[in-house]
Design a protein around this ligand. Structure first.
Ligand SMILES: C[S@@+](CC[C@H](N)C(=O)[O-])C[C@H]1O[C@@H](n2cnc3c(N)ncnc32)[C@H](O)[C@@H]1O
Length: 293
């Protein structure tokens, strides 16, 4: 098992040699962390507005770009909230490889000492920040961790690791965080992934674009908490999609998945509230009827 270093638009990333799977998109690790996870979580605002600890699940720590980007925000100012980062990773040879190439990962090299301590003791702390590391499969380790406020969901892509993006995965995650007001952020905007999140119980919404993708995804454990929830237009596209079923579920049941998704509270609400979307509702109904025949 090994990694190779790959050039990005900004900086470098690691590619798992056997699978060919890259840890980051072409925009680069640090930029991706800033644009997708830090900006969308409004982390500085969250750290400033309460005093109970803020817990982030850093799911798929990789070479720790997302975790370190969060940590740098927390250390840039004296916020009332302590930031607790809980990282999960089942292949720590990735970050060890990156540490062996400081010229390619200067943003990581800056934090070498704390990463070495984290890898050795599985925890590291400083005033205002606590960082712990679970070394193993996220879904096995999950039950030992407190419920999070934020989840940076950053596994390899759904095509490579379908079970990590399936209904079973999101059901387990939803159960773990449903009593907390929790926001999940991910780069994936896949229809099948969004379907799985909805079916698991999350409210699901549109996330910001990056320079490479037109959308990302936000999911919340609480209803009515997303600024841009998926709406009847998305539902209408779903009825025309070939990728309705969650990736770990049988494809042939598409119609029954659509029915279940359609009855999720966020769509009942928007069907009820959005008078202006009547035309997309009609299109939705006729597509749905056509499929059901
Ligand atoms: C896309 S990379 C993450 C990049 C990372 N978030 C960063 O900021 O550099 C995905 C990571 O998830 C890890 N991973 C894959 N399956 C896992 C699992 N079941 N549990 C924990 N980590 C896993 C991989 O080893 C890989 O390091």
């Amino acid at each position: 098992m090994s990694f190779t270093i790959q050039d990005c638009d900004q900086g470098f990333t690691l590619v798992e040699t056997e699978s060919g799977q890259s840890m980051h998109s072409r925009i680069g690790a640090w930029k991706e962390a800033q644009d997708l996870y830090i900006a969308q979580s409004q982390l500085d605002h969250r750290l400033a507005t309460q005093d109970s600890p803020l817990v982030i699940f850093d799911v798929g720590m990789g070479i720790a770009a997302n975790a370190l980007a969060a940590l740098e925000i927390a250390q840039a100012s004296s916020y009332p909230r302590t930031l607790k980062i809980v990282s999960f990773e089942n292949r720590l040879d990735g970050i060890r490889t990156a540490l062996n190439h400081p010229q390619h990962f200067p943003w990581l090299e800056k934090h070498r000492k704390k990463i070495e301590l984290l890898l050795e003791y599985k925890s590291w702390s400083a005033p205002g920040v606590e960082w712990s590391l679970f070394d193993g499969n996220f879904f096995d380790e999950l039950k030992s961790a407190h419920a999070p406020d934020l989840i940076f969901y950053d596994f390899y892509g759904p095509k490579t690791c379908p079970t990590l993006w399936g209904l079973n995965a999101f059901e387990r995650l939803y159960l773990h965080c449903k009593d907390q007001h929790c926001l999940l952020i991910t780069y994936s905007a896949s229809t099948a992934v969004r379907s799985a999140m909805l079916l698991a119980g999350f409210e699901v919404g549109y996330g910001q674009p990056t320079s490479l993708k037109s959308e990302s995804t936000l999911a919340s454990s609480k209803a009515l908490s997303l600024a841009h929830p998926l709406d009847p237009t998305w539902l209408e596209k779903l009825t025309r999609s070939n990728a309705v079923a969650p990736l770990d579920q049988p494809k042939k049941e598409a119609e029954s998945w659509i029915q279940k998704i359609r009855s999720r509270p966020q769509f009942c609400r928007s069907l009820f509230n959005n008078r202006e979307s009547d035309s997309s509702l009609q299109a939705l109904d006729s597509n749905f009827q056509r499929r059901m025949r």
